[in-house]
Unconditional design. Sequence first.
Length: 80
Amino acid sequence: MTGAVGYWRTSGAPVVFPAKSVVLATGGIGRAFEVTSNSWEYSGDGHALAYEAGAELIDMEFVQFHPTGWSGRPGFGACW
């Protein structure tokens, strides 16, 4: 059986959500790149969590919202 487990915030009681499949949407992995315009929170933790649980990671080429950024270093400039 596949699904998800959670808890009711008001009581703390566990709840099970049976499902044929699960989509784990946790954000990107922008921090994997030296220059990114992604939020600093996009560290890839969700990808690691899914991988460690045995998930098949697909379409991994789409890991950054858009490939622009500003390094702030002279001579490096913007990537756009």
